[in-house]
Design a protein around this ligand. Structure first.
Ligand SMILES: Cc1cc2nc3c(=O)[nH]c(=O)nc-3n(C[C@H](O)[C@H](O)[C@H](O)COP(=O)(O)OP(=O)(O)OC[C@H]3O[C@@H](n4cnc5c(N)ncnc54)[C@H](O)[C@@H]3O)c2cc1C
Length: 292
């Protein structure tokens, strides 16, 4: 595996992307590990993709031709201190939280600090940047419940915006694809750790029954409000296996990697579901490249 440093000091290394996805699938690609806005700017000089926690992706077995950018170092650190100028007895605005910070650990830390607004996102295995970009959430809350400022980097440079500047909504931030969420400042409500924990536990209950194996999450969006999992289950597909990928017996809208699955296995299962379920269903996760 070749490792080098870019002009501005980013570590550049070819590695299997399977290591960086929750499905555990994805071929070798050139990864740019960027820790400063300068390095991010350099990485964006050539065609690129931005990788977060890899929890909403199915990546081809031969990888992708573009640079794959990953936020590390200071862009994966958090400063949760209350800004004295913007905080009150009831509400705080934090320092910067890097786009590369894993969301689950952040949510747990906020609970311990007695800071509320993001506990509804408990159980979402993404990074802050990826989760802001798609306004990840559950019926108990979403990322935009807790945002004050968002720093966005484009090939033209960095800018700071507030949620009011964006056309955000259900599972979308309004931030164009390819614009990088490098850091955010959080807007949180003060509460007791016990009260935040109780709401987290309640939200977590809804996840009981989700499979424990490697997975990129739900495969299909619910068509017209009907449960995609129920439609796949009714088509008799639970437990269907191609290679080492399987439609989870616990929940039919999850495809899991039993160990050593390939993107081709997953793709074949998606094809079987589309063939057998009469209602057209839109894919929930992204394919890299867009046609496997
Ligand atoms: C078990 C499981 C449960 C899940 N439950 C939920 C749920 O309840 N609700 C929900 O909404 N989602 C859920 N997901 C899906 C996924 O975790 C979320 O969508 C998550 O927010 C994706 O973030 P990520 O960092 O992993 O993004 P990735 O999968 O790495 O990338 C997804 C997209 O975001 C872009 N992106 C990544 N980082 C950045 C960045 N810094 N700036 C700009 N764009 C970026 C990527 O380019 C890509 O287009 C679940 C997934 C799993 C595996």
């Amino acid at each position: 595996m070749s490792v080098s440093a870019s002009r501005t000091g980013a570590k550049v290394e070819r590695q299997p992307l399977a290591r960086y996805t929750t499905l555990g699938v994805g071929g070798e690609s050139e990864i740019w590990f960027v820790s400063t806005l300068e390095q991010l700017g350099e990485a964006m000089e050539q065609p690129y993709r931005i990788l977060g926690g890899g929890s909403n992706l199915v990546i081809h077995d031969s990888g992708v031709p573009e640079r794959v950018i990953r936020l590390v170092g200071p862009l994966a650190e958090r400063d949760l201190r209350a800004d004295p100028d913007l905080s009150s007895d009831t509400e705080i605005v934090t320092g910067w939280v890097g786009g590369g910070v894993p969301l689950p650990g952040l949510v747990r830390q906020l609970q311990k600090l007695g800071l509320s607004n993001l506990e509804g996102t408990v159980g979402i295995p993404g990074q802050v940047g990826g989760s802001v970009w798609m306004n990840a959430g559950t019926r108990f809350g979403e990322m935009f419940d807790g945002l004050h400022t968002i720093e966005i980097v484009t090939p033209e440079g960095a800018k700071q915006v507030t949620p009011a500047d964006l056309d955000w909504g259900y599972r979308q931030s309004g931030i164009p694809r390819g614009h990088v969420v490098s850091r955010v400042r959080l807007k949180l409500r003060r509460d007791t750790p016990e009260a935040v924990l109780a709401r987290m536990d309640h939200a977590d209950q809804a996840r009981k029954g989700q499979p424990k194996n490697k997975t990129p999450g739900c495969a299909f969006k619910n068509p017209g409000g009907v449960s995609a999992g129920k439609l796949i289950d009714e088509a008799g597909l639970k437990g269907t296996r191609v290679g080492n990928a399987m439609i989870a017996p616990e929940h039919a809208n999850f495809i899991v990697n039993l160990g050593g699955a390939t993107a081709a296995d997953v793709h074949a299962l998606l094809g079987i579901i589309r063939e057998r379920v009469a209602v057209p269903m839109e894919l929930e996760y992204e394919l890299w490249p867009e046609q496997l």
